[in-house]
Design a protein around this ligand. Structure first.
Ligand SMILES: Cc1cc2nc3c(=O)[nH]c(=O)nc-3n(C[C@H](O)[C@H](O)[C@H](O)COP(=O)(O)O)c2cc1C
Length: 177
């Protein structure tokens, strides 16, 4: 698929078919995500991949609000985190500028954007979920306190074809000097 077509056809999918995503597919999309740039090549993004039906059910029913629980049914789940206090910090552990750990979040977002597009290329669909219970996810997956939990990504086979939500005018979001 042409890159422009790929980025324009990716959609947030909120209804998935009852069809398993394999570990090999998830590994392939994470490998693609790893090609993203990162601060000093620190690569602090982490992925907790929930593929078994039993564990997926547990996560969906205990860590999500009901709307995201329904929207991610049948999908594999990837809990994405980054190691805190590293990217954006100097050797003495002081933030290099005002963004601090915002840079770790930035690196994770860069990786995740590639992850979503690679999934699309492989015929899979995705949903980024920012509304989730981080404490419950930490407990359920034994995620260390040294990591900040960010988005959960649902990955699966689409059972709907959502329309493309409008984008703002370029002139509204950019200035040229
Ligand atoms: C950081 C982030 C958090 C999001 N959280 C949710 C969520 O909790 N539930 C949901 O249904 N969609 C969520 N979305 C999906 C957005 O609503 C969606 O990307 C947006 O409406 C644009 O649609 P598109 O992805 O099809 O282009 C989230 C997206 C992002 C980037």
């Amino acid at each position: 698929m042409e890159f422009q077509e790929l980025i324009e056809s990716r959609r947030s999918v909120r209804k998935y078919a009852d069809r398993e995503v394999t570990r090999e597919q998830i590994e392939e999309i994470i490998r693609a995500a790893q090609e993203a740039p990162s601060w000093k090549n620190q690569q602090t993004s982490r992925y907790y991949c929930v593929l078994s039906k039993e564990k997926r059910e547990q996560i969906r029913t205990t860590c999500f609000p009901s709307f995201n629980e329904q929207r991610s049914e049948n999908a594999a789940l990837i809990v994405t985190t980054f190691v805190k206090g590293n990217v954006g910090f100097n050797d003495e552990g002081k933030p290099i500028n005002e963004l601090g750990d915002g840079w770790g979040c930035y690196d994770l977002g860069l990786q995740n954007a590639i992850l979503l597009l690679k999934a699309k290329e492989l015929g899979l669909s995705t949903l980024v979920m920012g509304i989730r219970d981080a404490d419950k996810l930490r407990n359920a997956l034994d995620i260390p306190e040294t990591e900040e939990i960010v988005a959960v990504l649902a990955v699966g086979y689409a059972d709907e074809s959502p329309k493309r939500p409008n984008r703002r005018e370029l002139a509204d979001i950019s200035k040229f000097f």
